[in-house]
Write a protein that binds this ligand. Structure first.
Ligand SMILES: NC(=O)c1ccc[n+]([C@@H]2O[C@H](COP(=O)([O-])OP(=O)(O)OC[C@H]3O[C@@H](n4cnc5c(N)ncnc54)[C@H](O)[C@@H]3O)[C@@H](O)[C@H]2O)c1
Length: 355
């Protein structure tokens, strides 16, 4: 009791409000101690001590009670990717350099709903951190072709498009062999191919449709991961596999019924963990990204408008995810920045699953 009051009065003495001419913030180390009793939650000012080049400065920040939203609305259209120049790459700090993929190659499935797909955006992000080659795979010939051309024009990256169905194990095997032969390696895989089926009641769900959805979302992710891992194991190169699951693998969406989709994404999360455990010995990491509601082509359907309002309302950040909101997490999981991370399920949903 005694020690506590001594500490508190010492804090009051050393953090008295300071004069208006105190230097403003500059970049550098900063520590902050609030002036308040432990019971007080509404302080009027926070005193801050900052260090720049070892020089100490102190100032006071007034605390306001603004109710303004802090999250800007999602961006509407995708922007062209910008390549990482070798000159810039050579100047990065060790921490930033770990986030790059210089000299590496990737395979991304299910990319390309006219640039509004998550796969395309993540492929752009990989191209922006120095990757040398990207193989994209999708069932849609025209869109895949277009995306490959655009990605290559934007960044100079060597992009190849393989038109295939992720349920076709033989086609995937051949594509992976071709990728390894062409690029010399395969380092990163992003499994984004998938379909959704919502507003279908479980009691009348057509069995064939149910099987098809699971086949694409779960068997497809498995077959692509398996073929890639075989190549990585053979090359003794290790690698990073990222499965795009969904928050629907952990919660049940509302108000739409979508039992097959939810079950498929729960399976993707558990597949991720199983493969991570099995393949850690080969230096292959397997992680999942579980997005919440994203503003992609998949969700840009007029029939979903009313539901979208409910989704936004139930998301603490009060918006859908932008199409590029997964990009930095995908880069992190692809890169050596996450080298001790495997088998993790990373929910990125604006807080939806908190409520
Ligand atoms: N959009 C969202 O709100 C959201 C939320 C959570 C998870 N996801 C997941 O993210 C991934 C990408 O979603 P998106 O919104 O970009 O969807 P999208 O429809 O834009 O992209 C999916 C792509 O997968 C391709 N595809 C479908 N079946 C295929 C098959 N059998 N073989 C090969 N390619 C096939 C499609 O042609 C399409 O280009 C999906 O796995 C989806 O379930 C999306």
């Amino acid at each position: 009791m005694f020690a506590r009051s001594v500490v508190r009065s010492a804090a009051r003495r050393s953090f008295r409000p300071i004069a208006a001419q105190t230097p403003v913030f500059r970049a550098g180390f900063r520590s902050s101690v609030a002036v308040r009793d432990p019971e007080t939650v509404n302080e009027k000012a926070i005193n801050v001590v900052s260090y720049v080049d070892g020089e100490r400065a102190q100032e006071s920040i007034p605390v306001t009670s603004s109710q303004e939203p802090v999250t800007p609305p999602g961006q509407d259209e995708t922007r062209p990717a910008v390549p990482l120049s070798p000159a810039l790459a050579s100047q990065l700090t060790p921490t930033l350099a770990k986030f790059t993929l210089v000299g590496k190659t990737a395979m991304v499935t299910g990319d390309f709903s006219g640039g509004r797909g998550l796969g395309y955006n993540m492929a752009q992000a990989l191209a922006e951190v120095g990757i040398k080659g990207i193989a994209i795979m999708d069932v849609q010939q025209e869109l895949g072709d277009k995306s490959a051309r655009e990605l290559s024009e934007q960044t100079g990256v060597d992009v190849r498009f393989y038109r295939l169905d992720v349920r076709d194990g033989d086609a995937i095997q051949h594509a992976v062999q071709d990728i390894v032969q062409h690029y010399g390696s395969l380092d990163v895989v992003i499994n984004a191919a998938g379909i959704a089926d919502s507003n279908v009641k479980a009691e009348t769900y057509d069995a064939e449709k149910f099987r098809r959805l699971l086949d694409i979302n779960i068997t497809g992710s498995f077959l692509v991961s398996q073929a890639a891992a075989q190549a990585m194991i053979k090359a003794k190169s290790g690698g990073s596999i990222i499965n795009i699951a969904s928050m629907s693998g952990s919660i049940v969406n509302y108000p739409q019924e979508q039992s097959a989709y939810n079950a498929s994404k729960a399976a993707v999360i558990q597949l991720t963990k199983s493969l991570a455990a099995e393949w850690a010995r080969y230096g292959i990491r397997v992680n999942a990204i579980s997005p919440g509601y994203m503003d992609t082509a998949l969700n840009r359907v007029p029939a979903l408008d009313a539901q979208k309002r409910i989704w936004v309302d139930q998301t603490p950040q009060k918006r859908l995810g932008s199409v590029d909101d997964l990009n930095n997490l995908a880069v992190y999981l692809s890169s050596d920045g996450s080298s001790f991370m495997t088998g993790s399920n990373n929910i990125i949903d604006g807080g939806y699953t908190l409520w």
